[in-house]
Write a protein that binds this ligand. Sequence first.
Ligand code: ZN
Length: 115
Amino acid sequence: MKKTEVKVNINCHKCKSEVLKAVTKLQGIDQVTADAAKGILTVVGEVDPVCVITRVRKTGKDAEIISVGPPKKPDPPKPEKPDNDPPKPLPLSCPQCQYVVVSYAPDDGRICSIL
Ligand SMILES: [Zn+2]
């Protein structure tokens, strides 16, 4: 079990659901969360980070591994400054998604069967 953090630009609800859906298809996923405000996708489970990246890129987004490590951090995170501004609500779609819809081609999810 490990935690993989991936940098992904999440511009709207559609981005978020597309990315989550794509990654959830992978084998060995325990938990997937997307932080749209920070643009970070967190994946917990026995999964190859490269597969996660590959899946995210299949949605037409750029993805980049931030970190791979144990699901529980050895050190507690330092308290950040209070976040007084509520996160902006995500728009339902964005230009990037419009493009993805046009170019989207379904796949059988076997791209990571190398494992
Ligand atoms: Zn979008």
